[in-house]
Design a protein around this ligand. Sequence first.
Ligand SMILES: Cc1cc2nc3c(=O)[nH]c(=O)nc-3n(C[C@H](O)[C@H](O)[C@H](O)COP(=O)(O)OP(=O)(O)OC[C@H]3O[C@@H](n4cnc5c(N)ncnc54)[C@H](O)[C@@H]3O)c2cc1C
Ligand SMILES: *[C@@H]1O[C@H](CO)[C@@H](O)[C@H](O)[C@H]1NC(C)=O
Ligand SMILES: *[C@@H]1O[C@H](CO)[C@@H](O)[C@H](O)[C@H]1NC(C)=O
Ligand SMILES: *[C@@H]1O[C@H](CO)[C@@H](O)[C@H](O)[C@H]1NC(C)=O
Ligand SMILES: *[C@@H]1O[C@H](CO)[C@@H](O)[C@H](O)[C@H]1NC(C)=O
Length: 431
Amino acid sequence: MATQMHEKKKLHFIIVGGSLGGLAAGLALKAIGHDTTILERNPTPVLEEQGAGIVAGGDTLQFFKKYNRCDRPIAVTSHRRQYLDRDGNVVHKEDMEQNMTSWDLAYFLMRANYDGINSEHCKAPSPEATDGMAIHLHDHNVTEIKEDGQGVRVFWKTSRGEEGSIVGDIIIGADGPSSTVRKLLQPGVERAYAGYCALRGTIREDSISEATRETFSERFTFFHCRGVQILAYLIPGRNGSVDRGQRLINFVYYTNFPEGSPELEEIMTDKHGKRRLITMPPGMTDPNAWEKQRQVARERLPQPFAEIVCGTKTPFVQAVTDVISPTNEYLNGKVVLIGDSLAGFRPHTVASTSQAAFDAMIFADYIEGKVSKEKWKKETMGFARYIQKRGVDMGNRSQHEDLPLEEHIHDRNVASTPREKEVYPDWATAI
Ligand SMILES: Cc1cc2nc3c(=O)[nH]c(=O)nc-3n(C[C@H](O)[C@H](O)[C@H](O)COP(=O)(O)OP(=O)(O)OC[C@H]3O[C@@H](n4cnc5c(N)ncnc54)[C@H](O)[C@@H]3O)c2cc1C
Ligand SMILES: *[C@@H]1O[C@H](CO)[C@@H](O)[C@H](O)[C@H]1NC(C)=O
Ligand SMILES: *[C@@H]1O[C@H](CO)[C@@H](O)[C@H](O)[C@H]1NC(C)=O
Ligand SMILES: *[C@@H]1O[C@H](CO)[C@@H](O)[C@H](O)[C@H]1NC(C)=O
Ligand SMILES: *[C@@H]1O[C@H](CO)[C@@H](O)[C@H](O)[C@H]1NC(C)=O
């Protein structure tokens, strides 16, 4: 198989996972004429709208530029970074342009371009004659993978207990940080809790005080104190609207919840008493637990941040975790991991969506014969290992050390290095 890859044979890729990583791979491969089938375990045809924010880094923008044929804005631009003190004064600012999008806008743009799904966010463009087949199957939970002649067979089951399988030439594991594909081929890789959570939410910019709206308007705003960091930025609102007043303020509020502590159990137990392992979805937080967090927010955050945290109606919680696979390629290249299934970054890196976009683009280039196998692997593994480690360092420094503000600013500026300018150390690119 691996040796035939660069011939003009039409391949069939089975992509496990239909979030941003799986859709990115599907788009990049169908654009060079290959057939793709996405298997997504979610029982409904489209993933639940989360509406939370994504900092659209270089590779994410590059990806949309290359593959998005919907004519509409994809982001809200922030023009400045600023840091507040406890009293809400701006203590540091720097001009810097960054584009911020929402998870649901990115998702619906990709679905429109991949398999022609129309939504309030965008009308699907007409397909290109040269595109490969693009099939999206929801309610397909992948449970097993087996080599089958020249290809690989993927086994799935549905929520109604139906079972089946499908054969492809190459399987792409885009099934996230708790990847089943990775577990099957590389057992023993653990996803570990990092000792803190991100409390997250959004609030419409027209539902807060004018002073607070002014503070956050088109700026990327931060506050740090011991064991805490919070940041906020504007993202597209309902149906992806970027109109003033319709946009949302998105916040990410990191706070420590030691492993095994009653505080962690409390925040991760939902309103029906179920302990959520990693993600507490929007609207499921226990009202008493959230009320406690609102109280804490009022005590320790600058007023504008306290206002948006306390005003959000459907907060959600993500336990911050670490996970990385030692390699991205199994069964002699017949199974490949991309995005979060390869390396689950801490959110401080603002690189998860960019990693998925980059992994998809460079893999398609390799399949097309535009980059060598060695370059594909080194670039993909370098990104995964180096940025994964950066996230651990940044997170540990901000949550577990007591640093002067300049150090936080420095860390964050390092994290904004464009990928082309990163110099990966040898340990990161070893293959
Ligand atoms: C619903 C959702 C909302 C998100 N919201 C945000 C956000 O607001 N901001 C942000 O920065 N990041 C968000 N993320 C994370 C962000 O999407 C990812 O970092 C990025 O898309 C790259 O991850 P990925 O596609 O590789 O993996 P993920 O996004 O984790 O997606 C993995 C997908 O694989 C599916 N899957 C898992 N196991 C199986 C299996 N056995 N069979 C079939 N399918 C399977 C999952 O249902 C999921 O859809 C969100 C992810 C999800 C799934
Ligand atoms: C942000 O998006 C705008 C509009 O698409 C684009 O012109 C600009 O270059 C982007 N900025 C950055 C820093 O990527
Ligand atoms: C998918 O299958 C696994 C393994 O059988 C099971 O643990 C999990 O709950 C299933 N998930 C969904 C969403 O059906
Ligand atoms: C978004 O779409 C919904 C459903 O069609 C519609 O009712 C609503 O008016 C739209 N909202 C905005 C802000 O455009
Ligand atoms: C980061 O913190 C975790 C958890 O506290 C710890 O296990 C790990 O060794 C730390 N890593 C670094 C690079 O400081």
